[in-house]
Design a protein around this ligand. Sequence first.
Ligand code: ADP
Ligand code: MG
Length: 708
Amino acid sequence: GTGTSSHSPQLNGFSSSNNPKANSFARRQKISQQRRSLPIASVERRLVEEVKNNDTLIVVGETGSGKTTQLPQFLFDAGFCRDGKTIGITQPRRVAAVTVAGRVAEECGVELGQKVGYSIRFDDMTTGSTRIKYMTDGLLLREALLDPYLSRYSVLIIDEAHERTVPTDVLLGLLKDVQKTRLRSINGRESKNKNPNSNNEEGAQSSIFKPFQGRKLPPLKLIIMSASLDARIFSEYLGGAKAVHVQGRQYPVEILYTAHPQSDYLESVLVTIFQVHLNEGPGDILVFLTGQEEIESVERTVHEQLRQLPEGKRNIVTYPIFSSLPSEQQMRVFAPTPAGFRKVILATNIAETSVTIPGIKYVIDPGFVKARSYDPNKGMESLIVIPTSKAQALQRSGRAGREAPGKCFRLYPESEFEKLEDSTKPEIKRCNLSNVILQLIALGVDDVPGFDFIEKPSRIAIVKSLEQLFLLGALTDECKLSNPVGHQMARLPLDPIYSKAIVQASSFNCLEEMLITVAMLSAESIFYSPREKSEEAKTAMKCFASPEGDHVTLINVFRAADEFLEKRKTVTSKDKDDKILRKWCKENFINSRSLRHARDTYRQIRGHAEQMGLHFASCGDDLLQFRRCLAASFFLNAALRQPEGAYRALASGQAVRIHPSSVLNQTKADCVIFNELVQTSQKYIRSVSIIDYLWLTELAPQFYAMAK
Ligand code: ADP
Ligand code: MG
């Protein structure tokens, strides 16, 4: 009994396009017809049977076949939510969780947050009546901290498993165990298939968790879902689980390569967009780029160049889509293309499999992706732009052939394709593990190297991460959570290094400043500088720039926006605020999307900090306190100036430069700390602040007294 009635139309007379009820009726009809025509619709009954008969099932199907939107509805209709249980679906990406939940709510004719909802970090759109819940994989992992048996779920669907994100990989191991524990709660005995990899010596107790005591729990249905995946790996890992394939629809896609390697792929992207626009038939274009900055720069240039075209050829609309884009704006990509226009979607690899955008006929693929990379020996994580794998290239080109034959323009020579890796390396093999290890320990996993990972991270990566957690004060000598710091850190949904900063800030009397900093750092590119107005943008940035560095500069921006809103506060509507804020951002060359994201994040983590009873205070003008706190928190990322003017990162010994976008890019300061290392033509550090070298030995003796 959810709010369907307000949506269900009354058929009285003929529909007229001015009648909103008739319009919504037409829309419902269209949606239900679309649903029926999806490839997965014809196998509904079979899928439901398979789920009933198998506790673990693998579902493989081409992108767009309807797995993510339809399967949860099938299972709901088949009664899997009886007894008030929920069907949970995880997504590696926030965007996918939000957009798909919106779509499914619409398909069900309910308001988002009722029967269908989503929950992602810092944004929860669920209520007690939510039965189909989309969420990020990371969020489900956090839920396990509070409810180790995930007892509210009857079915858990791990979607996009081929992405092999760290939380997905860890969830697989955890859920295998939850399944066993739940079975035991019913049968009152050990399940037969004992985990052969478990090093647990107590024998009778095969679970990684504390012994199960208490009520009986219904069995957990586990479904692993993915686009193109080697089902065998998953099947073997999950004790020979059955795999079902859903046929997709794929029209032929013509692949075109460049004759020569391209020195500037952004330039080639622009040329190709206009070439398609001017020479090819109707159909929308999907362009794969590596991140927000690239997307925004290409978007601006497309509009600049459009102005130079004859009037009748300017019929292009552009839509960006990337993870940190606020959800209302993400949804715009799905709106129908205005009549007579060509839609150009500028996307990160989000559009590879996570979201399906109708109408795409042309794909432009420069062949790059931004990926995490981790050097465990140096303990250094960085973001680098690397070539895609073959699997990714195929997936991308496939996006052009969903509704009709299409074309894919690969902006590299065919010989380069042959050199690509077959598939992408799982993230767990190329990232810093301290976040996930802190969570595993908080979950009660004592033997982290012995955890049943689908693919084990290297021993050195585990050891380095444990060491980092120890240096941050999260772990005791026995590798248990320290009290209270470790417990507090585990409760915050942030990277341990940021959690530490927040926990620490209360004792430096600068919690407010640190919360703002962490929120601002969690948004990509706060400042924006269009090429044609780069001088104006530079002048605007000077108003906020602090000689102490980027952290204080970010705080200045955040506070200036707040003060401006405060002054203008005539009405208290959020929409009005947004509008005023957007205008202010535009005048000040601030990226309003990013600022909004940061403001939301601030509210959320402030809530967490308050709940944890951290002492909320501001250091006011005493920024020395704040910078000392930066040093005490980010000491692992300190760098010393070298005679030639470059810097040397102390923990790793690497030579780095301060990124041109930093307010400190001309600094001569001896010692700085930073939050990000990016590697392009060289290694750059970003988000940099000046500290005093002596603070390191004073505030982080556990690292500097012994190492240096
Ligand atoms: P899969 O998970 O198999 O890749 P989905 O269930 O995500 O497929 O999508 C099935 C179809 O639903 C897509 O082909 C698309 O046409 C439609 N669809 C999905 N999300 C949206 C949305 N937000 N707006 C409009 N149509 C959508
Ligand atoms: Mg999907």
